[in-house]
Design a protein around this ligand. Structure first.
Ligand code: SF4
Length: 332
C-alpha cells in the first residue's frame, strides 16, 4: 500500500556528557513521539563537540557512546529511526565545504549565539573557523537529508533561519535542490535542578537518566524547597518551590492537587512531598534504567546499531550530495 511519504526530520545533540531529566522533557520525549509520525534521523554530532573541545578532545569518544546509550534507553528505537554518529558520514563535511562557497561571512557573524558563546566560554580560544562555521555545519547536517522539519527550542530558531537562507541561496544559484526546513518548535520546558536554577550538568544540580534509584532519592531529598517554609507547621508557597515544578511535569493531576493544597495549608511536610515526587519518577526512570542495563550488558549491540545507522545515513546523504555536486558543476 502506498501513502503520502512521511515528512523527514533531523535532529542532533552534542556528545558532552550524560543526559538528565531536562533533556528528557526538553527533547527526547518529543523525539520518541516523532518516531511514530516522521522519518527520523538522529545524529550524535561529534564534530560539533570539537568546535569547543578541540584543545582536549579526550572525553568526546566516551561521550558518544554514553549519548547513544541515553537515547536508546530513553526510547529512541533504531528500527524506527536512524541513529548515527556525524563523523561517520563524511557527506556532512563535503556539503559543509560546498555550502561554504556561497555563504557570506556576515551571515555567520550575526548568529546571536556566536558572540554569546564566545563571551560565556572566555577561557577557551574560540577565534577559530570551526567555531564561526558551526551554524553552517549545522545547516549541512540538516540539508544533507533534505529534512522537511527540525525540532528546535526557541534559542535555535536563528540557526534554522540561517539554514533556510542557505537553502534558498543554493536553490536560487543552482536550481531547486533543498526544501526549506520548518521549525517544529519544542515548548521550552525550563526544568529546575535540585538548587532551583535551570537543570544543567555544569551547575551540578541535575538528576541524570543514568542515576540509580538510590541516587535519585538522595538528589530529591537534598532539593531546595520554599525557603520561607522553615518548619513543618508553616504553610508554604508551591509556586516558588522547584520540587513542585517537577511535580507539575512528572506527577498525576491528583498528586499535583494534593501537593499544592497540602503545602499551602501545611497539611503535608516537604518530606511527604518529596516522597511523592520519587514515586512519580520511578515508573518513568525504571524502564530507562532497565533498557540501559540491557545495553551495557551487550556493548556489541550499540556498535551494531551505530554501524547500521551510519550506513543508512550515508545512503540518504550521498543521494543529496550527488544533486549538490551536479548543481555546482562538479564531476566529470
Ligand atoms: S511541601 Fe512540597 S511544594 Fe511545598 S515547599 Fe515543601 S517541597 Fe515545596
Amino acid at each position: 500500500m502506498t501513502g503520502t511519504p512521511r515528512q523527514r526530520v533531523l535532529s542532533g545533540m552534542r556528545p558532552t556528557g550524560g543526559l538528565h531529566l531536562g533533556h528528557l522533557v526538553g527533547a527526547l520525549r518529543n523525539w520518541v513521539a516523532l518516531q511514530d509520525t516522521h522519518d527520523c534521523f538522529f545524529s550524535i554530532v561529534d564534530w560539533h563537540a570539537l568546535t569547543t573541545e578541540y584543545a582536549d578532545p579526550s572525553a568526546v569518544r566516551g561521550y558518544v557512546r554514553e549519548l547513544a546509550v541515553d537515547w536508546l534507553a530513553a526510547g529512541i528505537d533504531p528500527k524506527r529511526a536512524v541513529v548515527f554518529v556525524q563523523s561517520e558520514v563524511l557527506a556532512h563535511a563535503e556539503l559543509h565545504l560546498l555550502l561554504s562557497m556561497i555563504v557570506p561571512l556576515p551571515w555567520l557573524e550575526r548568529v546571536p549565539t556566536y558572540k554569546e558563546q564566545q563571551e560565556q566560554l572566555r577561557e577557551r580560544d574560540l577565534n577559530t573557523y570551526g567555531f564561526l562555521g558551526y551554524p553552517l555545519l549545522q545547516a549541512a547536517d540538516i540539508l544533507a537529508y533534505r529534512a522537511d522539519a527540525v525540532p528546535v527550542g526557541e534559542d535555535q530558531v536563528p540557526h534554522l533561519e540561517l539554514c533556510r537562507e542557505i537553502a534558498r541561496r543554493f536553490n536560487h544559484l543552482y536550481g531547486e535542490t533543498f526544501p526549506e526546513p520548518r521549525a517544529l518548535l519544542t515548548k521550552a520546558a525550563r526544568l529546575p535542578g535540585t538548587d532551583g536554577r535551570k537543570m544543567s550538568k555544569s551547575y551540578g544540580n541535575a538528576i541524570f537518566l543514568g542515576d540509580d534509584p538510590k541516587t535519585v532519592g538522595t538528589r530529591i531529598d537534598g532539593m531546595l524547597t520554599d525557603p520561607q517554609r522553615t518548619h513543618r507547621h508553616i504553610p508554604g508557597n508551591p509556586d516558588v518551590c522547584p520540587v513542585f515544578t517537577l511535580h507539575k511535569v512528572f506527577s498525576s493531576e491528583e498528586t499535583i492537587r494534593w501537593a499544592d493544597s497540602g503545602c499551602r495549608t501545611a497539611g503535608i511536610g516537604c518530606r511527604d512531598c518529596k516522597k511523592a515526587l520519587k514515586e512519580a519518577l520511578a515508573p518513568i526512570m525504571t524502564p530507562i534504567a532497565e533498557r540501559r542495563a540491557a545495553l551495557l550488558d551487550d556493548p556489541g549491540r550499540i556498535d551494531t546499531i551505530l554501524d547500521e545507522g551510519a550506513a543508512r545515513a550515508r545512503e540518504a546523504a550521498e543521494e543529496t550530495l550527488r544533486l549538490a555536486r551536479g548543481g555546482m558543476g562538479l564531476g566529470r
